[in-house]
Ligand binder design. Structure first.
Ligand code: NAD
Length: 348
């Protein structure tokens, strides 16, 4: 039953949207609007089943609530998934039908790009509904550089905390996924003197990283076991599980991907192995911060300052984790739930 779904976390509403004419099949999950409209991207993925799509959207939308609250944004959390192959199934009619669904929610859900949904798609949708963020007008545009920037700062903070090193110079980092976030992250790390290993399902991206950053290519299947200091997951989620965690050689896990832990138990597994994990929804908040700042009074300096505070939040989590002997994932969830409870108390 949808209501007994293991990822159901008292979500406020879940909408199943279907448009026969355009082939649209989408699920929009609003996890919380306690602190403001539910904000989160829309992804388009050829899920193997509706069940897989529902699991993804329920987890991702809860993650957005936690991400937005930990980033101090006046937004709740939501997410949407369009079921389909973006290369084959995406059309102007499908994007328009989806935008109509967003409009129907009258601003309770604000969305933007994510995996499989790019800037051009977001721009096309913005002609149908105003509840879109991340379009070039009125903001910083593409959020990926700001996500990458927050992840870079987070890696520096984690390396300082766990390896007692003041910079990433000479630190060996595996970047898994060289897309909009991963490639920029690799660029920053390389410029700061880090040594890079990389992996991607797209061989052209691996080749680009080899040429530009003297990166070493690592096999996808066994990449988690690479002999590196930092593992930066920047592809899809759930790469950290009962099978991969025992093989990790990295002492830090810090990357841009959402939902890096397959289950909550995996945060504990990392902690027990002495691996410092930068909670995904804290370290990868740069993009959502940039989109949240968009609007008529957009101020690039103020937005960049806000992205710059991600590292401080992570440092607080690392310190509390050390002091209390608890996993960083547990500390982050606790802080997020506390802030939500505070918001609920003030709206009562
Ligand atoms: P993207 O689609 O631009 O890049 C993903 C890259 O990963 C691609 O190069 C793809 O070929 C590669 N890839 C896919 N499966 C892989 C696998 N199994 N092994 C190795 N590489 C694989 O996406 P992105 O915008 O860079 O986002 C990457 C991750 O970061 C996603 O999990 C996304 O949800 C998360 N994220 C992105 C942003 C943002 O601002 N773009 C913000 C927060 C979180």
């Amino acid at each position: 039953s949808v209501f007994e779904h293991c990822q159901f976390d008292n979500h406020e509403a879940v909408y199943f949207c279907r448009d026969e004419a355009s082939g649209l099949c989408a699920i929009i999950a609003l996890h919380s609007t306690l602190r403001g409209p539910a904000m989160g991207g829309t992804r388009m993925v050829p899920y193997a089943s509706d069940e897989e799509a529902l699991t993804d959207v329920l987890r991702l939308s809860r993650g957005m609530t936690f991400k937005n609250v930990m980033a101090g944004l006046p937004f709740g959390g939501g997410k949407a998934v369009i079921i389909g192959d973006p290369a084959k199934d995406k059309s102007a009619a499908l994007l328009q039908a989806y935008a109509v669904e967003i409009e129907r929610l009258q601003g309770r859900f604000v969305t933007g790009e994510d995996v499989g949904i790019g800037m051009a798609d977001v721009q096309a949708m913005s002609s149908v509904t105003a509840h879109i963020r991340g379009v070039p007008d009125g903001g910083a545009g593409d959020p990926s550089p700001f996500t990458a920037s927050g992840v870079y700062d987070g890696i520096v903070a984690a390396v300082r905390h766990r390896l007692d090193r003041g910079s990433v110079e000479g630190i060996h980092v595996l970047v898994q996924g060289l897309g909009a976030v991963g490639m920029r992250l690799a660029e920053r790390l390389f410029a700061a003197g880090a040594r890079l290993s990389v992996t991607d399902t797209n061989p052209n991206r691996v080749e680009e990283a080899r040429e530009r950053f003297a990166a070493e290519a690592v096999d996808i299947a066994s990449c988690c076991a690479a002999d590196v200091d930092v593992y930066a997951p920047c592809a899809l989620g759930a790469t950290l599980d009962a099978a991969t965690i025992p093989t990790l050689k990295a002492s830090v896990v810090a990357g841009g991907a959402n939902n890096q832990l397959a289950t909550a138990e995996d945060g504990r597994r990392l902690h027990e192995r002495g691996i410092l994990y930068a909670p995904d929804y804290v370290i990868n908040a740069g993009g959502v911060i940039s989109t949240a700042h968009a609007g008529p009074s957009f101020d690039m300096g103020r937005m960049l300052d806000h992205v710059g505070r991600i590292a401080g939040t992570l440092e607080d989590i690392f310190r509390l984790s050390k002091a209390e002997g608890l996993p960083t994932s547990v500390i982050a969830d606790r802080l997020a739930r506390k802030r939500l409870a505070d918001a609920a108390a003030t709206t009562r």
